[in-house]
Design a binder for this molecule. Sequence first.
Ligand code: KMT
Ligand code: NI
Length: 172
Amino acid sequence: MKAYYYNEDPSDQREDHDSGRAVSTDYLSHLGVLYHHCPSVSTVDKIASERSYKNRDEIIVSPEKMGPVYEEKVKMFFNEHLHEDEEIRYILDGNGFFDVRSHSDEWVRIGLEKDDLIILPSGIFHRFTTDNKNYIKAMRLFKDEPKWTPLNRAPELEKNPHRKSYLQDKSA
Ligand code: KMT
Ligand code: NI
C-alpha cells in the first residue's frame, strides 16, 4: 500500500499521478479509511467475523475478463461516489488505486497490491481505477446482500444521512 496526494496532470487515470506528497496510514484513519496487510485469507476471515461480514465474492477487472466493455467499466468505477455501507476490498492479485477525498476535498490516492485490505467508511466520496497494467483480482466483502449502489456526487447528497454522519464522525 502506498498513499499520496493525487496530482491532477492530464494523463490517463491509470497512471500513478503521484504528487510526491505522501499520506500516512494515520491520516487515512482520520478519514475513517482503515488499512490492513493480510498475508493470508485467515487474517481476512478474522476481520470479516469481527465486523459481521458473512458474504464475499471475487471480481477480476481486466480486458481479458470483461471484453470490450472494460474501458467503459474503468470509466464508471472512476466516477466519484459514496455508498451507504462500508466498502471492503481485499486484493488477491494485480494492482489498483482507490482515491478518497481528504478533509480539504483533495484526492488522496491509495495504491493497493496483493495482500492489501482496505475498508472505506460509508459516506466517504471515492473512486476506483486499475493501473496501467490493467489487471486486478479482488475479494469484495459484504454483510448480507451485496449493497454497494454508487451514489454519484451531487450537492443534494450532502443531506444524505450516511454522508452527514460520516462528516460528523470525522469532523471533516
Ligand atoms: C469498486 O467498488 O469500485 C469496485 O468494486 C471495483 C473493483 S474491486 C477492486
Ligand atoms: Ni465505491
